[in-house]
Write a new protein. Structure first.
Length: 166
């Protein structure tokens, strides 16, 4: 048989005027709804698992999130995220803007990130604007690399002045 444990040992005695449920147990009082002005500021959002775009998925259009994305399929559009992982089966045709970018697959377009890493299986055709970069042996890269203190800032990248003798 089942036994019922006492969970009310440290609580004060129930008021006799308190309503009872159908089983005869006291109905707990509901806490008053907090007013909007009394609520505390929102706590920082905790990171959850990344959103995953599967290999059989094709997205046409831009993607923007403050979270993490792992792309295994095809994206024809720009992506803005906190952390972006381009899987080995992925192809992205558009601009990537993220704090952390890890490329294992193919990217055709500009990559802007605080930390950019191209793995040995990466294929990148486009410019990379970064704060820190790592390129593994075996990665294919066609384009220019430019270091900026804040690569995520909006606006066009600065063009270098032509040589003085030209």
């Amino acid at each position: 048989m089942f036994s019922k444990t006492r969970v009310t040992e440290n609580r004060p005695q129930q008021n006799a005027a308190q309503p009872l449920s159908e089983a005869g147990a006291p109905v707990p009082e509901r806490a008053p709804e907090p007013s909007v002005a009394a609520t505390a500021p929102a706590a920082p959002r905790q990171r959850s698992a990344p959103s995953i775009l599967s290999p059989d998925l094709t997205v046409t259009g831009n993607i923007a999130t403050q979270g993490d994305i792992q792309v295994e399929g095809t994206v024809e559009g720009d992506i803005r995220a906190h952390q972006l992982t381009v899987g080995e089966t992925a192809t992205i045709k558009g601009e990537i803007v993220a704090d952390d970018v890890v490329v294992h697959g193919r990217v055709i377009g500009r990559v802007r990130g605080l930390k950019v890493r191209l793995s040995a299986s990466a294929r990148v055709e486009g410019d990379i604007i970064h704060k820190t970069i790592a390129i593994e042996s075996g990665a294919h890269f066609e384009g220019s690399v430019q270091r900026q203190e804040d690569p995520l800032a909006n606006g066009a990248t600065k063009k270098l002045a032509p040589p003085a003798g030209a």
